[in-house]
Design a protein around this ligand. Sequence first.
Ligand SMILES: [Zn+2]
Length: 354
Amino acid sequence: MLDLHADPIELTAALVDIRSESRDEARIADEVEAALRAQTSGFEIVRNGNAVLARTHLNRSSRVMLAGHLDTVPVADNLPSRLADGELHGCGTADMKSGDAVFLHLAATVAEPVHDLTVVMYDCEEIESAANGLGRIERELPDWLSADVAILGEPTGGYIEAGCQGTLRVVISATGTRAHSARSWLGDNAIHKLGAVLDRLAAYRARAVDIDGCEYREGLSAVRVDGGVAGNVIPDAASVTVNYRFAPDRSPDAALQHVHEVFDGLDVRIEQTDSAAGALPGLSQPAAKALVEAAGGQFRAKYGWTDVSRFAALGIPAVNFGPGDPNLAHTRGERVSVAAITAAVAMLRPYLGG
Ligand SMILES: [Zn+2]
């Protein structure tokens, strides 16, 4: 059986050695469930598909959720795990069984819980979002996802990463009149009209916004240009696609309004093709604030993510925090520094209660 009381480095290795590619998490979920039932006290435990959920009912004034996925990307000749030069190598070491091990170990060993604790170990994070175990839990067991702050153990190199930027795309189109390029004065060149659009983009000064101590750097960028008919034709249509990455203090509607202001007065049409809201870090709430203090400044904005945004949509401040290096996730050479595992436990333990 997994030993949740063992050193979390050994627990990481034990979890890594239970192969658990997406949709094949039954065995690891069985092992995690059995260990939680045998080695923790005071937790209500339920099984949902290949997810395992555990929570305390201590009537504390706040609840902290520790969430991690149990699945990995396909194994790449990198199992079983192997310890060398202070690093544990193998599929899932960074993404994110080291994070899972930290959370499971803390659930079993926190002496004086300051917050009620919910642990969610879920399936199918590495594949299409319709299969995501957290999404299924949201549909089937929504009350299990209430918390004052959620910590996801995705690899962040030991930083707390919070909030995320929004994104939208617009196609900015110019129209003109087609003509033979030998008699160009008879036409009206749509490509030339894009010059004014590109000038505005080049002169644009993007905001850097501070929210709850996280700096979000915006960006307004041309990402594609379309136009032209033939080598001897004045073109009557041309467009530039612009991507705006905006800080989460702006809604998608406000962001679109801003894009219209930037290009105000130009002879072009602006059409939005997609947008996704950002997420405020929400770290001014007490349980989240205490986490920031515990992190001692190892703290930064997150520019893109998946599952933390689910919590943001539920109104729960959520952060990523895990010992893995995000650059090593999904690689053949995936590994995690064992010192980072120890450091993650050392950071979270006083926050959770010794
Ligand atoms: Zn992951």
